[in-house]
Design a protein around this ligand. Structure first.
Ligand code: ZN
Length: 380
């Protein structure tokens, strides 16, 4: 049985551990130690990583009560090694996990909802079995951060069976004893196997970034501590750049984006009207010498190509194709009397690299050949 050093001291970074067993599993070596500060994945928290001697440990799992350290190289059974966990990584996990307990405790107290899902990977999500509004979540966030400012002690302990009976705590298990309780004074009492910060001040900041309806309840996206700081840093840089680009003060940035969007929509409408005029003028001045023509015009979408082909065909009859794009990537619409068009289009598809189809006197799609090749096909 491995002594769980992380259970007693969540801030232990280095220790000396003796290898009890070492077994090759896949590419890794599953190592057990007489004692360990490596937390195995559990309770929603990622496993620790670090070194046993100079051998990297990338993952730690607990299976049937046995803690397996997955090492890159084999280790000598019976030898004592200096071990070191990646404490930056652990501390980041603890900041988030302890923050999650505070939020869950407050939500439970205020609204009676239970935490029914918790995931802490590269980001942290917390699920509750009831819906919450942004306003309610703002209140939860305020109270959570108040608990941080008060720097409350976080205590982890194993109560006796008797003590457990009279204890009101979240995340109740079927176990009657050997239940590890994590208590944040006045805020939360919860059964949890993971290491936590020693006092709430270590969390730094608790930020509920976003939320969505999830399985009849709500899923929160939360960042705590250094994760919240990095997030703030990144977002601040972003908003600074956006407001500079828009020449707007930061609080006015979203209003400036709305204004820009409206301008863009107006300009799009104007462009569409201009294109319509262009199409009408092209059709009016269209005097083809043959009964099949391909017309090329930049910047037309498929609807505009349909309009142009249709206008050319209405004006001059025959088979009229409208193309837009560049060599190797043209969009097109071709109009004509259905029987003649059908025969023409079958040959067109056979001669060139065409994707597309249609009916009732119109065909559209894309062709990945050169303009020269398309023109010479129409000029046959
Ligand atoms: Zn927990």
């Amino acid at each position: 049985m491995t002594e769980k050093l992380y259970d007693k001291d969540s801030h232990l970074k280095e220790f000396e551990g003796t290898v009890l067993s070492c077994e090759k599993i896949g590419e890794k070596y599953a190592v057990t130690l007489n004692k360990t500060a490596f937390f195995p994945e559990g309770g929603g928290q990622q496993s620790d990583r670090g070194y046993i001697g100079d051998t990297y440990v990338s993952d730690v799992q607990i299976k049937n009560g046995v803690i397996l350290h997955f090492a890159d190289k084999p280790l000598n059974i019976g030898q004592a090694y200096k071990c070191k966990i990646d404490f930056d990584f652990r501390f980041r996990n603890m900041q988030n996990h302890s923050g999650e307990h505070i939020i869950s405790g407050i939500v439970h107290k205020l609204y009676g909802f239970n935490n029914v899902g918790f995931h802490l990977g590269t980001e942290m999500t917390v699920d509750f079995d009831g819906e919450l509004t942004r306003r309610q979540l703002d209140e939860v966030e305020d109270l959570a951060n108040k608990a941080v400012y008060e720097n409350l002690p976080v205590k982890a302990y194993y109560p006796t069976g008797e003590e457990l009976k009279s204890l009101d705590y979240r995340s109740k298990l079927d176990l009657k004893e050997n239940v590890r309780i994590v208590e944040i004074k006045g805020v939360d009492v919860c059964a949890c196997c993971a290491p936590h910060v020693k006092a709430t001040g270590e969390i730094g900041v608790i930020k509920i970034l976003d939320f969505e309806k999830y399985k009849g309840g709500v899923r929160l996206l939360v960042r705590c501590g250094r994760d919240a700081l990095s997030d703030y840093r990144e977002k601040y840089r972003n908003i600074l750049e956006i407001s500079n680009l828009l020449s707007a003060k930061q609080p006015d940035a979203s209003a400036a984006v709305v204004k820009l969007n409206n301008q863009l929509s107006a300009e799009k409408e104007e462009t569409a009207a201009l294109k319509k005029r262009l199409i009408a003028e092209m059709a009016a001045g269209f005097a083809p010498k043959t009964d099949k023509t391909a017309v090329f015009e930049d910047g037309l979408d498929i609807k505009e190509l349909q309009l142009l082909a249709d206008a050319l065909c209405s004006n001059a009859g025959g088979i009229r194709g409208a193309f837009s794009g560049k060599d190797g990537a043209f969009s097109f619409a071709i109009c004509g009397e259905e029987t003649a068009l059908n025969t023409f289009f079958i040959e067109f598809k056979a001669a060139l690299t065409v994707r597309g189809g249609g009916r009732n006197g119109i065909r559209q799609g894309t062709v990945s050949d050169t303009r020269e090749k398309i023109e010479s096909f129409f000029d046959r």
